[in-house]
Design a protein around this ligand. Structure first.
Ligand code: SAH
Length: 374
């Protein structure tokens, strides 16, 4: 997906109705608005720190951050004393151009001398925005992280259990058909089979994304040290699924080995692996289904308000259709999950009064409310 010249995302990536796949922020403004409210709610719950960075990994067309910034602007009286900045981690030059256009109207400075960023600009609402290729370039500080349909785009290793032990699924050139790739099993164990399979694994086919593990470790270390939270939303499962690697082109399934670089590739995120990789540095919440998370965040109320405010039938139908896309279990309601990393003290059990002063119960984490009650 991301080699410098021929990668799918490097060449622009077909996100949107006219492209290869559509994402929730591209379907409905409500999605980003509710996520914006999640961050404001956590910011309040954590005692309204004087500054925060919103760090988005893989921002696509910039739509999600744009919707979040609109919420921050609407709640300006609340956030007026808080120093907010936006930090986008994006490897694709084409997509960072589109993000710059969406968020700043295209007024950006490349390779600013004073910063580790490769580009900087200012949002339409006067909030500074910086672009980086790697999370490690983002300056330390109190940060809220966001990754929507990011982890599913990272490369995976595939493994198959055989009578002789674990073997790695590798990509080979088909000797029979010109220009055709094929899957083969490694004849013996490989460094990846030795290192990435958990000893307690019970499945026969496993996909592991070590890069996701490394990024989660970085996020967990940063949150432990500087404070903040991470919200991760993606197709995924909790350590139960096996063969999920797929290609999409023109909104249709596409052979992953055909015409590399021309189709989106995706593998479901294994949230049990992400939880393991946080290594107890932070608490984790979820995964919780998208329809439950959005319901807990008040999507029904927001839909009612938008329906009341829209005069024409076409807009109302569009609102109802996009609600169905996000919430219906047959669409994105069930297969999409939300997962969060939070500092341990944010979830400390209020009943265990270690400190006599902390009598007031901690507010529940928005969106995950139901889970917390359990
Ligand atoms: N979050 C967006 C886009 C998802 S597509 C949305 O929901 O609409 C995946 C995004 O991740 C793209 O912006 C792609 O360019 C970016 N990306 C993929 N691999 C990356 C990597 N290793 N580092 C940073 N960004 C990456």
């Amino acid at each position: 997906l991301s080699p410098p010249s021929q990668g799918y995302y490097t060449r622009g990536g077909g996100i949107g109705e006219g492209g290869d796949f559509i994402t929730s922020p591209e379907i409905s403004q409500v999605f980003g608005e509710l996520i914006g409210i999640w961050y404001v709610s956590e910011w309040i719950a954590m005692g309204k720190p004087k500054a925060f960075q919103l760090v988005e990994l893989g921002p696509g067309r910039g739509t999600l951050t744009d919707d979040i910034l609109r919420v921050f602007n609407q709640l300006a009286s609340l956030l007026s004393k808080c120093d907010v900045s936006i930090h986008l981690v994006e490897v694709s030059p084409k997509l960072s151009e589109i993000q710059a256009l969406t968020l700043t109207g295209g007024k950006v400075q490349s390779n600013p001398k004073d910063k580790s960023a490769y580009m900087k600009g200012v949002s339409k609402t006067e909030i500074p925005i910086f672009w980086y290729r790697d999370i490690q370039d983002v300056p330390p500080g109190y940060s809220f992280y966001l990754a929507h349909e990011f982890f599913d785009a990272l490369p995976i290793h595939k493994f198959q259990r055989t009578e002789k032990g674990w073997r790695e699924v590798l990509v080979d050139i088909d000797p029979e058909v010109p220009d055709q790739l094929r899957f083969v099993l490694s004849p013996s164990s490989t460094p990846a089979t030795e290192n990435f399979i958990q000893p307690e694994e019970t499945r026969d086919h496993v996909e592991v994304c070590p890069e996701a593990g490394v990024i989660i470790q970085r996020l967990a270390c940063r949150i432990e040290k500087d404070g903040g939270a991470a919200l991760i939303a993606d197709y995924g499962h909790d350590g139960t699924k096996t063969d999920t690697f797929r290609g999409f082109r023109n909104h249709k399934l596409h052979d992953v080995l055909r015409a590399p670089g021309t189709a989106d590739l995706t593998a479901d995120v294994d949230f049990s692996y992400l939880r393991k990789m946080a290594q107890g540095r932070t608490a984790t919440l979820g995964p919780i289904k998208q329809r439950e998370f959005l319901k807990n965040m008040g999507i029904d109320l927001r839909l009612q308000v938008l329906l009341q405010n829209s005069g024409d039938t076409a807009t109302r139908e569009q609102l109802l259709h996009s609600y169905d896309m996000l919430m219906n279990p047959k669409n994105m309601g069930d297969c999409f999950n939300f997962f969060a990393l939070l500092p341990h003290h944010r979830l400390a059990d209020p009943d265990k009064k270690h400190e006599p002063k902390s009598k007031s119960a901690l507010p529940p984490v928005a969106g995950f409310g139901e889970l917390l009650l359990k």
